[in-house]
Write a protein that binds this ligand. Structure first.
Ligand code: COA
Length: 334
């Protein structure tokens, strides 16, 4: 029986650190407000001279390949999760393929926001289990700093998000009982407009799509109904983790490490309390990076692994919730 194992993890974040104090110079906010409501102290914002979604993803991939002792040429397929692609089209998957000098291999783009990495991992797992590919790269990368309204008008959204990239190399394994045990994917499109960017959307009539016709450019920035997102997130995170445990006949006490998508530290803490998990079993790094959407889980995985918190034989649970709404979980026997 073939299973899929994550054999290498890497991440890359822009050098530019933006603290809450830095944001308070751009908008009416304070370090105290941001820390109390979100747990975030700082995030990284791209440098336009240096960083692109595809090149950050390439750096994360190289770190993952090096840690796995794998040659980049051994990657057979790319799955790229991002909601902030370098271009409107084509997706950033092909740009990453070019950055990595990989010729001809397929590249699939996934736009499932904060759940994008788990959706991508699920696709990789199925491709590996059917024997289609042996080695797949799954990345999540975002540059969100350029789609935030960094004025007081956008303060309730802008303080949350950051930029970065994370990568996982997933490989076929014959080792019984190890690897991705299951993935669980959900969506509820009724809430699409609770967290979204409208433009440049194809639903506008042609006349309205001329840049000079668009007087209110706020539709090009992230819109979020924070209260609605918060309310749904806490319920769905718990539900989808429960689903993963149940389908593998394990219990919450069996989890060695939970990596929740880094949406807001309050959401993670609420979830931890509702599952009754001790601090050492829940990994958070939102304090340093903010919410990096599709990149958040692979960055956290990469850091947790480097800190020695993920070891062979351990049970790792990933869970995400975000725009769509979409939510997902994965249970992995490392
Ligand atoms: N600094 C200071 N004050 C701010 C502020 C900021 N950055 N942002 C909003 N405020 C103000 C509001 O204007 C409001 O003031 P008022 O009471 O005078 O009208 C007050 O703070 C409360 O605003 P509210 O939006 O109700 O705050 P909140 O407690 O819901 O916190 C979020 C806002 C965004 C932190 C919170 O809703 C949240 O984390 N939601 C989930 C977001 C999330 O996880 N998104 C990603 C999903 S993947």
């Amino acid at each position: 029986m073939i299973s899929s194992r994550i054999i290498g993890l890497g991440h890359h974040v822009p050098e530019n650190i933006v603290t809450n104090h830095d944001l308070s110079k751009l908008m009416d906010t304070t370090d105290e407000w941001i820390v109390e409501r979100t747990g975030i102290h700082q995030r990284r914002f791209m440098n336009p001279e240096k960083d692109t979604v595809a090149n950050m993803a390439a750096k994360a991939t190289r770190m993952a390949a090096e840690r796995a002792d794998l040659k980049i040429e051994d990657i057979e397929f790319i799955i790229f999760a991002t909601i902030t692609p370098d271009y409107y089209f084509p997706g950033s998957g092909v740009l990453l393929q070019r950055e990595l000098n990989l010729e001809r291999i397929g590249a699939l783009d996934i736009r499932n926001a904060c759940s994008g990495f788990i959706y991508g991992l699920s696709v990789a797992d199925q491709f590996i289990k059917t024997g289609m590919y042996k080695t797949i790269l799954v990345v999540g990368a975002e540059i969100q700093s350029t789609v935030l309204d960094l004025s007081t008008r956008g303060r309730s959204t802008a303080v949350i998000f950051g930029d970065g990239a994370g990568a996982a190399i997933v490989q076929a394994s014959q080792e019984n009982g190890r690897g991705v045990l299951s993935t669980h994917l959900h969506a509820d499109g009724r809430f699409a407009e609770e967290l979204y960017i409208k433009d440049p959307g194809s639903s506008r009539p042609q006349a309205e799509r001329q840049p000079e016709q668009i007087l209110d450019t706020s539709t090009f920035k992230v819109h979020m109904n924070g209260n609605a997102v918060f309310k749904h997130a806490v319920g769905k995170f718990a539900e989808v983790i429960e689903e993963a445990l149940k389908s593998n006949q394990v219990h919450v006490e069996d989890i060695d490490l939970l990596i929740p998508h880094q949406a807001n530290l309050k959401i993670s803490k609420f979830l931890q309390a509702s599952l009754n998990l001790p601090d050492e079993k829940v990994y958070n790094n939102i304090m340093r990076y903010g919410n990096t959407t599709a990149a958040s889980i692979p960055i956290a995985l990469s850091e947790a692994w480097a800190e020695g918190k993920i070891n062979p034989g351990q049970l790792v649970c990933l869970a995400a919730f975000g725009s769509g709404f979409t939510w997902a979980s994965a249970l992995i026997k490392w």
